[in-house]
Structure formats: structure tokens, C-alpha cells
Design a protein around this ligand. Structure first.
Ligand code: R2B
Ligand code: URA
Length: 312
């Protein structure tokens, strides 16, 4: 509970206290307005509690198209009124990120890599705080390269690790390195694994996820424009990763885990593997196979949400 702000829920109900999102910045309290620039939203121009106060599940993923498709999918799954085709992009004032709200679910794109997702997460965490949201779970629904797993396996991350397989995220602040812990919520990960066992033909494992700062050399690929190592060195690194418990490689998990943990936001990372990196580097599966793989994290999280909401 140390990282959770116990928030009073209004004057008439101040005996009820619920875990809410905690900001770790004293300067925010002194600001008259907070402009969430990359969302094209602000505390002055938008009523954030009214717009977002009922959010319970935030789902983020790299691609704008995929996150729109997820919003439409969850709309159908929750059998909400209205047409899924009419779901509006809340961030239409900017093309940096897209955002869709479907009942208690928020679906947002974050682009590729740590810098892109970290900007989005700063503004998302402030948004959830300004909107007085509580009991929120955040999920990253992504793709990844598998380490010793059959393509199509879904990896539920227990720890996001760096290039040396350490569960930490390094941020340079004022020229100095700050290190933050990257362990994810164990209860949510186990609940997701349980959900996977309730679905038909749904290969899923819990494991460590390595977060790289590049898709090519940074992930030990031999097929980039540059390559400074041998095939044997690549395999040796992947073997070391596997021995350390790494089951997949992607590009956003460490910063997501670190920021959510500090701010008391429960988070999970669910990525499907598109290939087994011991077998190659290029993604060669046919388009329709890749489309089906990418739906797997969505199907799993939808099942989790429906269970939590009492649909199942
Ligand atoms: C997975 O896929 C993207 C690279 O293709 C990157 O955003 C990631 O983490
Ligand atoms: N995304 C990654 O970051 N790596 C892969 O190998 C596949 C998807």
C-alpha cells in the first residue's frame, strides 16, 4: 500500500478510501492548468473527471490501427449500445497518439520504443490522476520476438529486463542515471495466465521480457543496415537471455513497468511472439497468420476484462 495514494472520494463519502493513481511531482500541485500536449487535452478545456472518471482498464499498444480495432472489438465483446464503427478518436486534435473510450476501457496507441511510450505514459498517468480514476489496471498488448518459443505464443511478463537481463530501467535525469525497478503486478499476471487456460488453443507462458532500444542490432539481428557481430555471437547472447529467464524481446516494457510501479498503477505486459529468434530474424509468416497472432493479446485481455466485470 506504500505506493498507493489513499484518496478521499468526496465530502459526503469521505469514509470510503480507494487506491488511485499517485503522481510523484510536487510541482504539478502549483500549476493552474495542465496541458496534456500530445493528447491535445487540458485540465482547463476538458472536464477530465466527467470524460474519464469511470475508466477501469487501460489498454495500450504500438499501432494506431490496432488500438482502434481493439476498441471496436471490446465494444462488441461488452455488448455496449451503439455501433463500434462510430467510436471517436478522443485525440483527434493531434496525430501523435490515438485514444478511444469504450465504457470502462480506454484504448491508446503509443508508437514504437521507450521515448514514444514514455511521453504517452506521463500524460496518461496525469490524465488518470486528474480524472480521479481508481482501481485501474493497465495492459500493454504487443508483439515481440520469441526466445525459444514457438511463434504465436503469448508471453505474460513477470519482469521486464534490460540488455543485461537486470529488472531495471535507467533514465538519464540532469545528466545522471536514475534506476527504477521493473517488476510487474504478480496477481494480474497470474490472473491472465488463468484466463489463457480457459481459452481454446491458446499457448501462453509467464516469463521475463527483454526491452531493447532498437529492433535490429539492439535485438541481436543479423539483418539490419549495420551488423557488428557474428551469427555465433548472436546465438550466444540469445542463449544467455534464455538462461536468465527471458522468453521474448520487445521495445517498451521496462519504462512501462517502472513508471506504473512508481505511480501505484497495476500493470501487465502481454506480447505475442511473431517468430523464434533462435530460428531467424526476418518475420516471414504470411500476413493473415500475423494478423491472427496480433489478435491473441486482445482476446486474452478481453477475457480478463469480461471476467472482472462479471460477464463470464
Ligand atoms: C514490438 O514491435 C515493435 C517493433 O516492430 C515495437 O514497438 C515492439 O515493442
Ligand atoms: N517486435 C520486436 O521488438 N521484436 C521482434 O522481433 C518482433 C516484434
Amino acid at each position: 500500500m506504500a505506493q498507493i495514494l489513499l484518496n478521499r472520494m468526496g465530502n459526503d463519502h469521505n469514509e470510503y478510501i480507494k487506491p488511485s493513481v499517485q503522481l510523484k511531482n510536487p510541482y504539478l500541485d502549483t500549476m493552474e492548468e495542465d496541458i496534456l500536449y500530445h493528447f491535445s487535452l487540458s485540465t482547463k478545456t476538458h472536464n477530465l473527471p466527467e470524460m474519464f472518471g469511470d475508466i477501469k482498464f487501460v489498454c495500450v499498444g504500438g499501432s494506431a490501427t490496432r488500438m482502434k480495432a481493439f476498441a471496436q472489438f471490446i465494444h462488441q465483446e461488452l455488448k455496449l449500445p451503439g455501433s463500434p464503427e462510430e467510436i471517436r478518436n478522443i485525440c483527434e486534435g493531434t496525430d501523435r497518439y490515438c485514444m478511444y473510450k469504450v465504457g470502462p476501457v480506454l484504448s491508446i496507441s503509443h508508437g514504437m520504443g521507450v521515448p514514444s511510450i514514455s511521453i504517452m505514459l506521463h500524460e496518461l498517468i496525469k490524465l488518470l490522476h486528474h480524472a480521479q480514476c481508481h482501481d485501474v489496471v493497465l495492459f500493454r498488448l504487443g508483439t515481440s520476438g520469441g526466445v525459444g518459443l514457438a511463434p504465436g505464443t503469448v508471453v505474460i511478463t513477470d519482469k521486464a529486463v534490460d540488455y543485461s537481463f537486470r529488472p531495471q530501467f535507467e533514465q538519464v535525469v540532469l545528466g545522471k542515471v536514475i534506476t527504477r525497478n521493473t517488476e510487474l503486478d504478480e496477481g494480474v499476471a497470474n490472473e491472465l495466465l488463468q484466463c489463457s487456460s480457459e481459452l481454446q488453443n491458446f499457448p501462453a507462458v509467464i516469463g521475463h521480457t527483454m526491452c531493447a532500444h532498437d529492433f535490429y542490432e539492439g535485438q541481436g539481428r543479423l539483418d539490419g543496415a549495420l551488423c557488428s557481430f557474428s551469427h555465433e555471437e548472436k546465438l550466444e547472447y540469445l542463449r544467455e537471455a534464455y538462461e536468465a529467464g527471458v522468453r521474448n524481446i520487445e521495445m517498451e516494457s521496462t519504462v512501462l513497468a517502472a513508471m506504473c510501479r512508481v505511480c501505484g498503477l497495476k500493470a501487465a505486459v502481454i506480447c505475442v511472439t511473431l517468430l523464434n529468434r533462435f530460428d531467424g530474424d526476418q518475420i516471414t509468416s504470411p500476413h493473415d497468420v500475423l494478423v491472427e497472432y496480433q489478435q491473441r493479446p486482445q482476446v486474452l485481455v478481453s477475457h480478463f476484462i469480461k471476467k472482472r466485470l462479471g460477464y463470464i
